[in-house]
Design a protein around this ligand. Structure first.
Ligand SMILES: Cc1cc2nc3c(=O)[nH]c(=O)nc-3n(C[C@H](O)[C@H](O)[C@H](O)COP(=O)(O)OP(=O)(O)OC[C@H]3O[C@@H](n4cnc5c(N)ncnc54)[C@H](O)[C@@H]3O)c2cc1C
Length: 489
């Protein structure tokens, strides 16, 4: 029987393992942490449960697809509902706005609250849909590093449409056509969904807005953690063998063919190796003597996150599952993150409250606040203890101003997540959330490939390689890898 080894049980590693097992390989997964899921995990603080990492769940059909393509019924493993009221937005001047899955309703809300013609909003949403429908499949479903990916009608159509894709304009430039600064800010925020800067990233990234406003946001029945656990269960049912608390120290190379790994001095052989670990560290730590794709690895990293998991001993009817308290100076906010590598005094605060949807996540009458701001990745001589203290103070002051409250008196449990912890726990290089950023006009197209050009039988999946970070995108990388690898049967 042919064998495969997967390094890392992040969501992409789990999906790749399940897919390869169902293609006839005997798969073993080595995971350094004691659990499956990587960043997509949960924590408990006092009487509160939190999804520790991702909270915005787009394209749930990509999860379903892992089950169907492995010959199983997704409903036997995973349940979710679509969210109607997507996000409550708050600004310091008292402006409030809800984005809805129903675009008619959303555009009317924008017209009512911001005075922007509803038709202009619908036009922008349509444009983003056009971008997604033109390049989505090419970018998300195939390797960009194989000629056969481009020899099809879809690619020809995309090439013909290049002038309409606004590839060489920034997101902010294109979104500025919406005229109202608050609405521009709302649409620019989608850049942060892959850790990028809307003032630098190509407007092609506006297609992310379509994932949320066009295709909609989902919520798993028991919280985001259900996603990784259901795929983990699938992999187990198919026969994948897991080794938790096992850090891979080396990828074995025999004349430029990967044929196993070394874990705590023990050798495990396999016909192929799939690496779900951050590709930067994979080269540095597991293959120090291999030739490195320097240009790819040196691309600027994505932003990171500072999260306060707060158990709040009261409830807030004005807040829903997803909430954003918007910065009054978004340009400065992004300059701080990406240029100065620091934290602004007035960050955009995202508050995710799963207890609004998942029973038991907080005690009766209380709420579990996942309170997050975007921060730079680790670089230079940052003093993270100082930055965290500053971030916490700014967050509390802003929440107090906007919700007209003294929030600190209601925080009865707290845990902090920050770039150093992310780097240490999941070996994410420089503590970046999404691998490299898309802060150049073409950056999104030049991530590391899903296979090694120099080492045979070595493949890569996960947020640090093509197509990039975020749950659905990581699941795509697992699909691309499994599609490239021939059946073992
Ligand atoms: C705070 C936060 C908020 C986020 N918000 C969202 C969101 O709202 N929506 C969204 O879609 N995405 C979001 N993301 C991003 C998303 O979580 C990631 O893109 C995705 O989960 C990454 O999955 P992955 O497969 O690349 O692996 P990872 O989750 O990075 O896991 C890699 C695994 O490999 C293991 N590993 C590494 N090295 C070794 C080794 N040498 N040996 C053995 N094991 C090893 C690690 O321990 C880890 O478990 C967020 C992330 C964070 C941290």
């Amino acid at each position: 029987m042919k064998t495969a080894i997967v390094i890392g049980a992040g969501i992409a590693g789990l999906a790749a393992a399940a897919r390869l097992q169902s293609k006839g390989y005997q798969v073993q997964v080595f995971e350094h942490r004691p659990y499956a899921g990587g960043k997509l995990t949960q924590i408990t603080v006092g009487n509160y449960r939190f999804d520790a990492g991702p909270s915005i769940f787009t394209m749930p059909h990509y999860v379903d697809e892992v089950f169907t393509e492995c010959g199983k019924n997704p409903k036997d493993y995973f349940e979710y509902t679509m969210v109607d009221d997507i996000c409550n937005y708050f600004w310091e001047d008292g402006t409030r706005l809800t984005s809805y899955a129903d675009i008619e309703k959303f555009s009317n809300e924008v017209e009512k609250n911001l005075g922007v013609d509803a038709a202009a909003v619908r036009k922008m949403v349509e444009k983003n849909k056009f971008k997604f429908e033109t390049v989505g499949n090419i970018f998300l479903r195939r390797s960009l590093h194989r000629l056969q990916s481009f020899t099809n009608w879809e690619t020809v159509r995309a090439v013909l449409r290049i002038p309409r894709l606004q590839l060489f304009q920034s997101m902010n430039k294109v979104n500025s056509r919406l005229k109202h600064p608050k609405l521009v800010q709302l649409f620019n925020r989608f850049a942060t969904y892959n850790g990028s800067n809307p003032f630098e990233a190509s407007s092609i990234l506006n297609l992310v807005g379509h994932l949320e406003l066009g295709l909609g946001i989902a919520m798993p029945k028991g919280g985001m953690h259900d996603i990784s656990q259901s795929v983990y269960k699938l992999a187990q049912d198919l026969g994948v063998k897991f080794h938790f608390g096992n850090k891979v120290d080396e990828i074995l190379l025999n004349k430029n063919v990967a044929n196993g790994v070394v874990v705590a001095g023990q050798t495990y052989k396999a016909d192929l190796v799939v690496c779900n670990m951050d590709v930067h560290y994979a080269y540095e730590k597991l293959m120090p003597n291999a030739v490195k794709p320097k240009k790819v690895l040196e691309q600027p990293r994505s932003s990171s996150g500072l999260v306060f998991y707060w158990g709040i001993k009261r409830s807030f009817p004005e807040l829903i599952l997803h909430n954003a308290l918007m910065s009054s100076d978004p340009k400065k906010e992004f300059e701080c993150i990406f240029k100065d590598k620091t934290i602004t005094d007035d960050p955009t605060i995202y508050i995710n409250i799963t207890s609004k949807s998942v029973e038991g996540d907080a005690p009766e009458g209380c709420e579990n606040w996942f309170t997050m701001i975007n921060v730079p990745h680790i670089e230079g001589d940052q003093n993270w203890d100082e930055l965290i203290a500053k971030g916490r103070k700014s967050i509390i002051e802003k929440i107090n101003r906007i919700l007209n409250i003294d929030i600190e008196q209601y925080i009865e449990a707290e845990e902090i997540f920050e770039p150093r912890i992310l780097q240490e726990r999941t070996f994410s290089y420089q503590g970046s959330l999404y691998g490299i950023s898309s802060n150049t006009r073409t950056g999104a197209f030049f991530r590391h490939s899903n296979f090694s050009r120099r080492v045979k039988q070595l493949y890569f999946c996960g947020g640090s390689v093509h197509p990039g970070g975020g749950i659905p995108v990581c699941l795509s990388s697992a699909k691309i890898v499994a599609d490239i690898i021939p059946d073992a049967k």
